[in-house]
Write a protein that binds this ligand. Structure first.
Ligand code: GLY
Length: 385
């Protein structure tokens, strides 16, 4: 799909887009954000409606790893050493998250997106050791009777809970088990994925957001959808986390049931996309077509589809997933979704927590992170948007 990208030279007429050009645009946005952030212990999270600058949060916020991750992606694409220095500067403070007792499952997002990308690109052994510590910390939340990691220990109203997003944090455990950590980390990750598949994936291959479990005998009490429209509805970002998380679990374990689950989840996600190809925040919100969109769900799903494309054996099936991802990313790389001079973000129109009235139809840092990741994956595939 060939689309039109807004560029600074728009006045000379729109230019044809390409993966490379959009990545260059992302890097220039990243430079502008970096210049606006003096302190490496405050991370950008969202931009309020009508504002230009990022609202920042502490290192303990679940999103704190995405900004250092974005800096690593910008360095990866550009090779610019000053971006590498910024990436190092914003990665380092997150070490304290790895070294404190686990607040929740988000340690996987916080550490893998920052130190994980840093280690992948530099091979810095100090980063490897921080990640091993973080994996051990995450593993302390595993409940052997239930067979999952406790996602939100602080939410006492949901005794032992596990959220679908937690599928993404298994990658840290799988990685650690291959890079000097205990093989027990692999077992925990595999068991977590299996229990999540059996409980949070509904029979129609939509997903619950949260599972509640009995800690005495481990049985699944019920599924709810905390961040979605209703317990029975399909929260778009939850489905996207699940597509990607089960694809990774298959890649690491070789288990056919994880691959099949990811493919079925992807089928549901793609079949429910609206006309402009970008999901509403919840596929079942009765306010559709007036409901807000969630660009972040599109970006995460695109990364999951591109992961799937590397895992399915069949060439034409792989190309189907590639072109679905190209379609999602192409549609985001247009004037409707790409932030121009609006603000410092790369993407507009994500929705964080609609039921709580938070972050509705605004730029959110993880949308930018997964948008850049998807673009880098497209570049690796040699795919143009
Ligand atoms: N992991 C939290 C969210 O997706 O909003």
């Amino acid at each position: 799909m060939s689309v039109i990208l807004w560029t600074a030279s728009c006045s000379q007429g729109p230019k044809e887009n390409s993966t490379e050009q959009v990545l260059n645009h992302c890097v220039s946005k990243v430079r502008a954000t970096a210049a606006s952030l003096p302190n490496a212990d405050r991370m950008p999270r969202n931009i309020a409606m009508g504002e230009k600058e990022w609202k920042t949060v502490s290192l303990h916020d679940w999103t704190s790893g995405f900004w250092p991750g974005i800096l690593w992606y910008a360095y990866e694409h550009s090779g610019d050493e000053s971006l590498k220095q910024e990436a190092e500067r914003f990665t380092q403070p997150i070490e304290q998250i790895a070294n404190t007792s686990a607040e929740d499952h988000d340690i996987g997002f916080q550490v893998y997106c920052s130190f994980g990308n840093g280690y992948r690109l530099t091979g810095n052994d100090t980063y490897r050791r921080v990640m091993l510590k973080a994996a051990d910390t995450l593993a302390t939340l595993f409940h052997p009777t239930v067979g999952t990691i406790h996602s939100w220990p602080a939410k006492k109203e949901y005794p032992h809970n596990t959220i679908i997003d937690n599928m993404m944090n298994l990658e840290l455990l799988f990685w650690a088990s291959k890079n000097g950590g205990s093989t027990r980390l692999y077992d925990i990750a595999e068991q977590h994925a299996e229990t999540t598949m059996e409980t949070l994936v509904r029979s129609d291959f939509s997903t619950y957001h949260v599972g509640i479990y009995d800690t005495l005998d481990g049985h699944f009490i019920k599924g709810i959808t905390h961040q979605g429209y209703a317990d029975s509805s399909q929260w778009a970002r939850g489905q996207a986390w699940a597509i990607y998380g089960f694809a990774i679990s298959h890649r690491e374990t070789g288990r056919a049931d994880f691959l099949e689950t990811s493919k079925k989840l992807a089928g549901v996600f793609l079949s429910r996309l609206p006309e402009d190809g970008i999901p509403y925040w919840d596929f079942d919100d009765p306010a559709i077509p007036k409901a807000p969109k969630d660009a972040s769900a599109a970006c995460i799903a695109a990364c999951g589809l591109l992961e799937l494309a590397t895992l399915v054996g069949d060439q034409s099936e792989s190309e189907t997933y590639q072109s679905a991802a190209v379609d999602l990313i192409s549609r985001l790389a247009t004037a409707n979704y790409l932030s121009r001079e609006d603000n410092l973000a790369i993407l507009l129109h994500s929705t964080g927590h609609y039921p709580k009235g938070r972050e509705i139809d605004v730029p959110i840092i993880y949308a930018d992170y997964y948008f850049m990741e998807a673009l880098l994956r497209l570049k690796e595939f040699g795919l143009a948007i």
